[in-house]
Design a protein around this ligand. Structure first.
Ligand code: ATP
Length: 235
């Protein structure tokens, strides 16, 4: 579904991403592991069209998207849920969710159905629908950010560090919800530092170090890899 082939990205003279190959199959959860500064966010922003590749190409459903604008990429069905959440804090939960629905022109009924699905996934958002987004806890804001992304019915959801800064119990809920979202036929590419939890829900993964992929394989293979265990699983 998504294919990165030999992708490099530079910030001025600095090569933040080097010759990266990533494949995400339809219906999969794929995790991109890596420590701070490894280049995960840069990969995500490049898929979303916010940075241009200096080398390589990105294909989505058989079409090249690396020359497309962020708005065109969203229209193909790729939606980012960025680290840091980027909500509208002075708008209500409901209004934030509706902002997600405006990306595509949809029928009112279809929007209502999607809203219903999001509320089923995150009952707390229904309960707090009239509260200001800025008044929510960190975990609730993360849920709202994911809910807003889901309102546009993405084919591919890019989740950048969804567990960052959340209490352990909320982290567990978050990964459970990601699994559920995937069951509704949404393909997911997930950037995470929480390797253990992410690999438990992922089909396969890639390890990014200093901008390069150093290990790739199924979740089972990554769990069994000595370097991955030492560097990312605390073994
Ligand atoms: P984090 O989890 O901290 O966001 P990351 O794996 O997502 O880390 P990136 O944010 O992609 O990493 O950063 C990769 C490298 O590129 C880092 O060395 C970072 O300092 C550098 N970098 C990121 N954004 C820019 C920018 N706009 N200009 C210059 N260098 C940047």
């Amino acid at each position: 579904m998504l294919k990165l082939k030999g992708v490099s990205v530079q910030y001025g003279a600095y090569k933040a991403v080097r010759n990266v190959d990533i494949e995400v199959g339809k219906g999969e959860i794929v995790v991109l592991l890596g420590s701070n500064g490894a280049g995960k966010s840069t990969v995500f922003k490049t898929i979303g069209g916010l940075h241009k590749c200096t080398e390589g190409e990105i294909m989505f459903e058989g079409k090249r998207i690396d020359q497309s604008s962020p708005a065109q990429i969203v229209k193909t069905g790729i939606v980012q849920c960025a680290e840091g959440r980027k909500l509208f804090p002075r708008m209500t939960v409901y209004e934030n969710l509706m902002m997600g629905a405006f990306i595509h022109r949809k029928q009112k009924k279809e929007i209502e159905n999607t809203l219903h699905e999001v509320y089923e996934l995150f009952p707390i958002l229904k309960e707090k629908r009239n509260d200001l987004a800025g008044s929510l806890s960190g975990g609730q804001q993360q849920m709202l950010a994911i809910g807003r992304a889901l309102m546009s019915k993405p084919k591919l959801l890019l989740l950048d560090e969804p567990s960052i800064g959340l209490a352990p119990i909320i982290v567990a809920q978050m990964f459970e919800v990601i699994k559920q979202i995937n069951k509704t036929e949404t393909t997911i590419l997930l950037a995470e530092q929480n390797a253990n939890a992410a690999l438990h829900i992922a089909h396969k993964g890639y390890v990014l170090e200093n901008g390069s992929i150093v290990v790739e394989g199924s979740s089972e293979e990554l769990f069994a890899d000595d370097n991955v265990r030492k560097a990312y699983l605390g073994a």
